[in-house]
Design a protein around this ligand. Structure first.
Ligand code: HAM
Length: 439
């Protein structure tokens, strides 16, 4: 039986890799603009990290984690997100003590056992950034500006920033009371999940997608109504800063995010063009997370963007990067001895930093020329017996069809020629012109 990839996972095929590389290069570049450094965290962690960090009553922790026993003993989990792991690493390596602020980013695969559909996978990829050590509205604005700049620079236009405040701890406690007052009288009409969450974590009822909960969730009190003066002032400050940066945002008082660690600023970047999987990314402030994970009180704020969703939207908007050619030079060899000479030349050219492809199937001249055209090589080097005897090769510039002889042992001259041939050849469907040159 033919084996297949696991449901909810995807192969990123060679023709798709350039668009991933395009995004990754942009993430890296914009991260440097904001002074963020890359951190790389393990794919799995102890399960407790996520249970404590993200909250046991969240959907992600209670239903979606890939958890397994290591050697039959320790419970480990494939990371469903990066924030908890990064904060764990910051505590473990005392990153904040060495420096009062750490700006960290990470890009990699995350795992959630969700029902797969367009834009929702069981293995997906996030670009994640965390600013640790600063409890200021400036830090929140910087994080939001960072996320916004990435999405804009990817060329995406159809998205908006939704913003809310979850306030400080007293505000959230007051809000929990308001929710209890609201939900308790209708407890028995709620879904089983929501009933289970009612006393433990009523805010999580707001994440419910169950139809029987919808009406009660819609009529629930808003978080903004429970904010105290300090929380309100903080939120106002963040808004003023964003307005000063010219970053448009919409206040969404129903935005609570699906993870427990948030306080104060919470935000999402949403689009209307990807159906129900409308969040390109999200983030916010999490000032209690360090302590929950056993560290000293340290504030933090961050975001994660879902790369698959960014790519889907870029495709929708026609913003995927143009595919570029895979090679600079294609060497066409006409007999066994020429192939040997061609292999040598290829090795020398690659040593000079030139991308070279050779025919490894000993194909006919016509087939090699067709292959050269397919690769989009700017130059084709042709070596036959006649050329070898005179220690030359023919160099054909694909863009204009011009042909010229060069010494076979002058790899550096050829490398310089590649540099100067900066107009890349676009593969065509016709090889007639080449074939008609009589080679
Ligand atoms: P999150 O909202 O759970 O936040 O995920 C962030 C983004 O990851 C989502 O907006 C979405 O684009 C993408 N994503 C999530 N689940 C899936 C899935 N099953 N398939 C495809 N894409 C998905 C976090 O993960 C937080 N750690 C963000 C954060 C960082 N908060 C503070 N710092």
């Amino acid at each position: 039986m033919k084996l297949q990839s696991v449901r909810g996972t995807k192969d990123i095929l060679p023709e798709e890799s350039p668009r991933w590389q395009h995004c990754e290069a942009l993430f890296r570049r914009v991260a440097a603009l904001y002074g963020f450094q890359e951190i790389r965290i393990p794919v799995f962690e102890v399960t407790e990290l996520f249970a404590r960090g993200m909250g046991e009553t969240t959907d992600v922790v209670s239903k979606e984690m890939y958890t397994f026993l290591d050697m039959g003993k320790d419970s480990l989990t494939l990371r469903p997100e990066a924030t908890a792991g990064i904060v764990r690493a910051a505590i473990e390596h005392t990153l904040i003590e060495k420096n009062p602020v750490a700006r960290l980013w990470y890009c990699g695969a995350m795992f959630r056992q969700e029902r797969p559909q367009k834009g929702r996978y069981r293995q997906f990829h996030q670009f994640d950034a965390e600013l640790l050590g600063a409890a200021t509205p400036e830090a929140d604005a910087e994080i939001l500006a960072f996320a916004y700049q990435i999405v804009r620079e990817l060329g995406i236009a159809s998205f908006e920033v939704r913003l809310n405040s979850l306030g400080n701890t007293p505000s959230r406690l007051r809000y929990k009371d308001l929710l209890l007052e609201h939900f308790r009288p209708v407890r028995h009409q709620l879904s089983q999940d929501s009933q289970n969450r009612l006393e433990r974590n009523p805010m999580r009822i707001l994440d419910s997608k169950q139809p029987e909960d919808a009406e009660f969730v819609r009529s629930a009190p808003l978080l903004t109504d429970a904010l105290d003066d300090e929380s309100r002032a903080y939120f106002d400050n963040v808004q003023t800063l964003l307005s000063a940066l010219g970053i448009p945002f919409t206040i969404d008082p129903r935005l609570v995010r699906g993870l427990d660690y948030y306080c104060h600023t919470a935000f999402e970047l949403v689009t209307t063009r990807l159906g129900s999987q409308n969040a390109l990314g999200g983030g916010g402030r999490y000032d209690g997370l360090f302590e929950q994970l056993g560290g000293k009180p340290t504030p933090g704020v961050g975001f994660a963007l879902g790369i698959e969703r960014l790519l889907l939207l870029m495709e929708e908007e026609g913003k995927l990067p143009q595919t570029t050619t895979a090679t600079d030079v294609y060497i066409v060899a006409l007999d066994a001895a020429s192939r040997e000479r061609g292999t040598q030349l290829a090795f020398q050219l690659r040593g000079c930093g030139v991308r070279v492809m050779t025919d490894v199937l000993a194909r006919s001249f016509k087939a090699q020329m067709r292959d050269a055209d397919r690769t989009g090589a700017a130059l084709v080097v042709i070596i036959g017996e006649h050329e070898r005897e005179r220690n030359v090769c023919i160099v054909k510039t694909m863009a204009n069809g011009e042909q010229q002889e060069y010494p076979l042992d002058a790899a550096k001259t050829l490398a310089a020629l590649v540099q100067s041939t900066n107009a890349p050849h676009q593969p065509s469907n016709s090889i007639e012109h080449t074939l008609n040159t009589g080679m």
